[in-house]
Design a protein around this ligand. Structure first.
Ligand code: 5GP
Ligand code: ZN
Length: 114
């Protein structure tokens, strides 16, 4: 998708600190981390919002969850706990319209979120 930051990172048109990659998924360090661990898990396929996910994406979404688990373990935050966030649209605080799961860890999270 043209003018999409995350498609550009996937295509190496702009830099990103890649911590995981396979044929369908990329994970990068967030440019503005909100905790010691803040990784974005991004499908390479451009999907604008969670509302655009279809049945065809079932295995992709499952795979994303497996990678989140792997990264949580690899970064050492799985035991203490972590948060996974997927923002949707304006009120959800979505800034980049290419779905991405935030894996945030390394500190105690507050609830309710701001
Ligand atoms: P959203 O608000 O859409 O859920 O989250 C967008 C996230 O992408 C933010 O946490 C922001 O810091 C991050 N971000 C925006 N632009 C870039 C970029 O060019 N590189 C990286 N690594 N992260 C970005
Ligand atoms: Zn995109």
């Amino acid at each position: 998708m043209e003018n999409c930051i995350f498609c550009k990172i996937v295509k190496r048109e702009i830099p990103g600190k890649i911590v995981y990659e396979d044929n369908e998924i990329i994970a990068i360090e967030d440019i503005n981390p909100q905790a010691k661990i803040h990784i974005l898990i991004i499908p390479k396929k451009h999907i604008s919002t969670i509302l655009d996910i279809t049945e065809d994406d079932s295995s992709l979404i499952f795979k994303i969850h497996k990678i989140i688990n792997k990264l949580a373990k690899d970064t050492g935050c799985s035991e203490n706990g972590f948060r996974v966030v997927l923002n949707c649209n304006k009120d959800g605080g979505q800034a980049v319209y290419h779905i991405h799961y935030h894996l945030i860890g390394g500190r105690k999270m507050d609830w309710p979120p701001g």
